[in-house]
Design a binder for this molecule. Structure first.
Ligand code: ATP
Ligand code: MG
Length: 420
């Protein structure tokens, strides 16, 4: 039979890679806890309409990237391509929006894209969504929180913050008109994708990667010149708070984001170290989405962070802790007819030393072959129980990473020895 393979762009996370993921995952969940954020988990599968309405009909995601199918009763369902829509739905449905909410989530997202480095069809995000706070102070909070993450992971110098304001929907509409007028006058110089976007989603032309389009955009009207006074004040105080907190940023007036729901603050944390897929974390304010989805008007701000890209960045910069390679502290070697004593000794050790990561040899074999496995496990010591040790209630401790001589101790003394 032909060997079955995983679907293109959907990767297995192998044992050798999971320590790096666990490291990133605990850094993030601990960070969120330190800022008083609570976790929310929503289904991977939602009604298709949720995404077409929340993310926007004319976005790349809804136009061409969704995994959509009819379920057995003929209802159209979609594997979530992002986390905001489901979080908003859950917050409305479960009446969470009667008071401010600071939420975070993590899990797989699905987009039918062309797989390449840092771009997959099943990828993973951590995300934050804050509801019910309209001031720039909360925008600043989620940015200083992410800045702390970069410092903690040792990548501060390689990840830069780009910031923009999209203003109110009225100021965006005025800008949109000016932009369309300018670009229509130079229509023939636009790339094909951008020509198509001119009618449907002209702001997205601003982040076209096409060189000639980029050139044309250099003289285009500037979004920030169209800001309404409230958005301008919001943006100014956000900048002031970031300056005071020592978080550096660059204003990028062409930063628009690919999802329709954003207004006012938008941002991306980008790196030069990953090639074309350089955005590690991206987000912004979406004050009108909750109402648009049927909830009462509720201001909101959030971001999504790509786990694959972050892990790739940590690997590329070689800043993962060396200790991640070690998955066990001790390896129990059991030679001869000693399985029962070995099992009992191992369980007793685990009772007394909850921190100890102990792997017990199973399946028999010679002393030599078991010691080879102990060595390959990267453990610091081998705990050896042979027939003599079993009879005497003893264990031999052999140090695998130092020259210290091995010693044989009573089982009862072993916890104290390992503790030291
Ligand atoms: P891009 O411009 O790279 O396509 P995006 O604007 O579509 O990103 P968002 O929807 O804002 O991305 O998602 C937030 C983050 O999730 C991105 O900054 C990125 O780190 C990650 N991400 C998005 N799409 C993918 C993907 N297909 N594979 C891996 N990570 C992704
Ligand atoms: Mg995308």
């Amino acid at each position: 039979m032909k060997q079955l393979r995983a679907i293109r762009g959907m990767n297995d996370l192998l044992p050798g890679q999971s320590p790096a993921w666990q490291y990133v995952e605990s850094a993030l969940s601990e960070l969120f806890a330190r800022y008083g954020y609570s976790e929310i988990r929503t289904p991977l599968l939602e009604a298709t309409q949720l995404f077409s309405r929340a993310v926007g009909e004319s976005t790349d995601i809804v136009e061409k990237e969704m995994y959509t199918f009819d379920d057995k009763s003929g209802d159209s369902v979609t594997l979530r391509p992002e986390g905001t829509a489901g979080t908003v739905r859950a917050a409305i449905q479960n009446n969470l929006l009667t008071s401010p909410q600071r939420l975070w989530y993590t899990g797989p997202m699905f987009r039918y894209e062309r797989p390449q480095k840092g771009r997959l069809r099943q990828f993973h995000q951590f995300g934050v969504e804050v509801f019910g706070i309209d001031g720039p102070d909360i925008d600043a909070e989620i940015l200083v929180m992410t800045a702390r993450l970069w410092r903690q992971l040792g990548v501060s110098d390689q990840v830069k913050l780009q910031l923009n304001s999209l203003g109110s929907s009225a100021s965006r509409a005025a800008y949109r008109e000016a932009l369309v007028e300018y670009l229509t006058a130079h229509r023939e110089r636009l790339d094909e994708d951008s020509q198509r976007r001119l009618e449907r989603n002209p702001l997205r032309i601003l982040d076209s990667k096409n060189a000639q389009t980029q050139e044309l955009l250099a003289d285009a009207p500037c979004l920030l010149d169209f800001l309404d006074s409230e958005s301008a004040a919001h943006f100014a105080s956000l900048r002031e708070m970031l300056d005071a907190a020592g978080v550096a940023y660059e204003i990028n007036t062409r930063l628009v984001r690919g999802l329709d729901y954003y207004g006012k603050t938008v941002f991306e944390w980008v790196t030069d170290s990953l090639g074309a897929q350089g955005t590690v974390c991206a987000g912004g304010r979406y004050d009108s989405l909750v109402e648009q989805m049927g909830g009462k008007p509720t201001p909101a701000v959030g971001f999504g962070l790509g786990v694959e890209r972050l892990v790739l960045l940590l690997e590329t910069l070689d800043v993962l802790p060396d200790t991640l390679e070690q998955q066990v502290d001790a390896y129990l070697v059991a030679v001869g007819e000693v399985q029962s004593s070995a099992l009992a000794a191992a369980e007793r050790l685990r009772d007394e030393l909850p921190w100890l990561r102990l792997q017990t040899h199973c399946g028999g074999g010679s002393f030599k072959s078991q010691m080879k496995k102990a060595d390959r496990s990267n453990a610091d010591f081998a705990l050896i129980i042979g027939e003599d040790e079993a009879a005497a209630g003893q264990v031999t401790v052999k140090y695998l990473r130092s020259d210290e001589p091995q010693q044989t101790v009573a089982l009862a003394e072993l916890p104290a020895l390992l503790q030291s």
